[in-house]
Design a protein around this ligand. Structure first.
Ligand SMILES: CC(C)(COP(=O)(O)OP(=O)(O)OC[C@H]1O[C@@H](n2cnc3c(N)ncnc32)[C@H](O)[C@@H]1OP(=O)(O)O)[C@@H](O)C(=O)NCCC(=O)NCCS
Length: 179
């Protein structure tokens, strides 16, 4: 890997960031279902100085996205998304990104920063612990499936996150939801 640069997220990075996110997060499973261009834009809009990318000569290596606030608390920062290309993992790049994001959130007035780590994500948990985060509250999602849904596969377009967002946007604007 050639020299690593850590840079503020800019418009030309968006395509590669979105693509790396889709390859890194299982968007069919919690807590990653909300990964989307809108999610990137929400952080970038609210707190551009808390959104960073890492790159080398070959291209994008990773990103971190954070903003104020979390759960209606204006003084809590939220480091929501971080991902690295496989070739950049285990080299301290994640820590550099976390550091830039946290520095910006503290400078913006955060009294604490929250990040949520899925219980099976050992790499993320270890990396967050090494960067000053400690477990506070564990939330387990209990799920009751609809008994009328017999198969997990099939044409369940209603579950497609992008389509759901389109429907919500169409409803909000009073338009006709896409099918
Ligand atoms: C989470 C992520 C950014 C961490 O970056 P990283 O470069 O792998 O982090 P580090 O190497 O600094 O730290 C990872 C630690 O977990 C360990 N680890 C890596 N993969 C592991 C695995 N599959 N199981 C258990 N431990 C693992 C590493 O040995 C290291 O341990 P150490 O702290 O004792 O050295 C990266 O793994 C990633 O992009 N994952 C996919 C996206 C993701 O899950 N993001 C988090 C949710 S938004």
């Amino acid at each position: 890997m050639s020299e690593v640069e850590i840079l503020p997220l800019q418009l030309p990075h968006l395509d590669a960031v979105l693509d790396l996110g889709y390859r890194s997060f299982d968007v069919k499973a919690m807590p990653y279902t909300s990964w989307s261009l809108s999610s990137v834009a929400a952080h970038w809009d609210a707190q551009p100085d808390a959104c960073w990318i890492a790159r080398d000569e070959e291209g994008l290596l990773g990103f971190v996205l954070g903003s104020l606030s979390y759960d209606e608390r204006e003084d809590w920062g939220y480091l929501e998304w971080i991902a690295l290309e496989e070739r950049a993992r285990g080299l301290g790049v994640a820590s550099s990104l976390v550091e830039r994001c946290c520095a910006a959130l503290f400078a913006a007035g955060a009294s604490r920063i929250i990040t949520d780590v899925e219980s099976g994500n050992a790499a993320s948990a270890a990396m967050m612990r090494r960067n000053g985060f400690a477990e506070k509250v564990t939330v387990t999602l209990f799920v009751r499936p609809n008994p009328r849904e017999h198969t997990a596969t099939g044409s369940h377009s209603a579950q497609d996150p992008a389509r759901s967002r389109l429907r919500r946007a169409a409803r909000a604007s009073g338009g006709t939801p896409a099918t």
